[in-house]
Design a protein around this ligand. Structure first.
Ligand SMILES: [Cu+2]
Length: 463
């Protein structure tokens, strides 16, 4: 069996949900699957060697993004876009002035995958713009892309000169040029900005534009979160998405795949708003575990309460925004994910090179070399914690999820993951995140960790 499946298992894996039991990796930690040492040397009797390696192994530091601002009282409750920042503004008289720069962006979408996207201000998706209904808004746009582009304000009722369609409403903005958009936002709702060019959209050129209402919505919410859905076709060993492809192997929330997505946090008993925007080639059924939500708005604004009905999966079509709200009644780490099976996994093509998952009906030699290349390719410690049957390789089709599973708790560790059960990351892939509904004390504990200096290891974009 080891011949086909040289992974090690954690005999202590009792994944009881133990909130806030600190997960410590000690000398007696579970054995892990690391590099080709494992493959070449056989499975057992290696734990001492592995422990030694473990102690001095280089820990990759998480490089992923962090939350934007904490929800602040004040003018309005700001939406948090996990893993994407807000775009600040200046005031010029009564006008809110934003500076947006279209440019190439390297985006680390998974601990073992960085891709060349295009975005805005070093971020893909672009930074979130938040205004209030009635605001006069000026966006000074600069094009640092190698080709012409424009900015379209999706869903906003603004003069035709501001609509951002090349040649129809304006001349394209050439590389190196600036263009100033200015309009008054008379609507409320969840909108987004994007390049009005299909390929540029698929390279990542979009971002949230949220218009908070003049009068607060009722019932009021305590947390407001935004997720942008994107999909990428990146061939093995490539970093540039193929914008003409229809088969997507990387699916992201706010530019990162599970388990790198930063968990959403909610106080137990609070009310949560979740805004979801999709600008890809597929429609995504976004599912929430353990709670029912109601659809309170679309890309067209707030929906009347008489139209709300309970559900837990909302289909977010291309170019749509869907806003849902729910009461966070039950404590726990509840998944939020696209339910299309292929959108619940990360591509391992880069790790596999030969582009096909080998199963037991194929030759032992090929399967072995594939396992080996997988092991060598992952630049950090990871574990395959779930047990498999002793005779697993005799079953046609094996391995399936046993192959995909890759625990990497430490690599994606951040304040928001504190206290999650051991191996939590093994089951999170693709368009997947979670909302952690936490009692007061635990919630405040994580907030305190977020505020500690050094808690946020790195800014979200790489330069
Ligand atoms: Cu999907």
């Amino acid at each position: 069996m080891a011949k086909y499946f040289p992974f090690l298992f954690d005999e202590e894996r009792g994944l009881q949900h133990q909130e806030f039991q600190e997960v410590k990796m000690s000398g007696s930690r579970r054995r892990f699957f690391q590099d080709a040492a494992m493959i070449g040397a056989g499975l057992f009797g290696l734990s001492k060697t592995l422990q030694a390696q473990d102690e001095k192994s280089m820990r990759m530091r998480p490089r992923e993004a962090h939350h934007g601002n904490e929800p602040a009282t004040g003018e309005f409750l700001r939406m948090i876009t996990p893993d994407v920042e807000d775009l600040p503004h200046e005031l010029d008289g009564g006008v809110k002035v934003f500076h947006l720069v279209g440019e190439p962006v390297k985006r680390k979408i998974a601990p073992f995958k960085t891709i060349d996207t295009w975005g805005y201000n070093g971020s893909c998706p672009g930074p979130t713009i938040q205004v209030r209904q009635g605001d006069r808004v000026r966006v000074v746009f600069e094009n640092r892309l190698p080709e012409s582009t424009t900015l379209h304000w999706h869903g906003l009722e603004i003069p035709i000169e501001q609509d951002g369609v090349p040649y129809i409403s304006q001349k394209p903005v050439a590389p190196g040029e600036r263009y100033v958009y200015e309009f008054t936002v008379h609507q409320e709702g969840t909108f987004f900005y994007h390049a009005h060019s299909a390929m540029q959209e698929m390279m990542g050129q979009l971002g949230f534009f949220v218009a908070h209402p003049e009068k607060e919505y009722k019932p009021r919410v305590d947390h407001d979160y935004g997720l942008i859905l994107q999909e990428w076709a990146v061939l093995p060993s490539n970093t540039v998405p193929n914008t003409a492809a229809m088969e997507f192997n990387w699916l992201t929330f706010n530019g990162v795949c599970g388990p790198m997505t930063t968990p959403l946090l909610a106080r137990l008993g609070s009310r949560v708003r979740l805004r979801i925007v999709n600008l890809g080639m597929d429609h995504h059924p976004i599912h929430l575990h353990g709670h029912q939500f109601v659809l309170t708005g679309t890309e067209g604004g707030r929906a009347p309460e008489s139209t709300w009905y309970p559900m837990n999966t909302v289909l977010v079509g291309v170019a749509q925004a869907r806003v849902v709200e729910f009461d966070a009644k039950y404590p726990g780490a509840w998944m939020i994910h696209c339910h299309l099976p292929h959108h619940m996994m990360n591509s391992m093509m880069d790790l596999l090179r030969d582009r096909q998952i080998q199963t037991a009906d194929q030759t032992e030699g090929t399967a072995m070399s594939q396992m080996e290349s997988l092991a060598r390719s992952v630049p950090f410690e990871h574990v395959h914690p779930s047990p498999v049957a002793p005779d697993a390789e005799k079953v046609p089709g094996f391995p399936q999820d046993a192959f995909m599973e890759m625990g990497m708790d430490e690599v994606v560790e951040k304040p928001e993951t504190y206290g999650l059960p051991k191996n939590w990351s093994a089951g999170m892939m693709g368009m997947m995140t979670m909302i952690r509904v936490l009692p007061e004390k635990e919630y405040d504990d994580i907030l305190a960790r977020k505020k500690r200096p050094g808690a946020q290891v790195e800014h979200h974009h790489e330069s």
